[in-house]
Every structure is written in C-alpha cells, then in structure tokens.
Ligand binder design. Structure first.
Ligand code: SF4
Ligand code: SF4
Length: 85
C-alpha cells in the first residue's frame, strides 16, 4: 500500500530527502507522495523512512492504493531495474 500525507503536514521538508524512491515532492499546499513510486520502502529499508522522520506523524497508509508485500516488491524491482525476489 502506498503511503499518503495528510493535511496535518507542516511542509518541513524532512521527508523528501530520505525517500529512496524520490516519491515525495512539494505539492500545491502540502507535500505529496506519488503512489506509483512509493514501495513503503520495501526493498530499501525495513520501515518507511518518511514515517520515521516526520515530526507531526501525518504520513499514513493510503487505502486508495492497496498493495500486497509481493506487489510492493515487484514495484521496487520495476523502479530499480532489479530482479524481483
Ligand atoms: Fe518514500 Fe518509503 Fe515514504 Fe514510500 S514509504 S514515500 S518509498 S520514504
Ligand atoms: Fe510534511 Fe511530515 Fe514531510 Fe514534514 S516530514 S514535509 S510534516 S509529511
């Protein structure tokens, strides 16, 4: 499941540089996560790095983008050009 940033975001810019998939960028009003690029950090880290660093805990699972662990692994493989495990 991709993650999403809620309107609690204070635009602190801490999450953008820690995303291994460059899925995070400033949006019109708050930071946004591109669902097509977010793997929940699968393939890179054990836990979502953006959630780890966000000071206001405004990054949540996005029920609009349900994905299994296998699908996240496949997305990681597609994004990085590596073989899926
Ligand atoms: Fe990027 Fe990982 Fe956060 Fe997804 S969970 S937006 S891949 S840092
Ligand atoms: Fe917004 Fe949290 Fe990212 Fe800061 S770390 S820009 S508050 S989502």
């Amino acid at each position: 499941m991709a993650l999403k940033i809620t309107d609690q975001c204070i635009n602190c810019d801490v999450c953008e540089p820690v995303c291994p998939n460059t899925a995070i960028a400033p949006g019109r009003e708050i930071y946004e996560i591109a669902p097509s690029s977010c793997t929940e950090c699968v393939g890179h880290f054990d836990v979502p790095q953006c959630i780890e660093v966000c000071p206001v805990e405004c990054i949540i699972l996005d029920p609009q983008h349900p994905e299994t662990p296998e699908e996240l692994q496949a997305k990681y493989a597609a994004l990085t050009g590596t073989e899926s495990a």
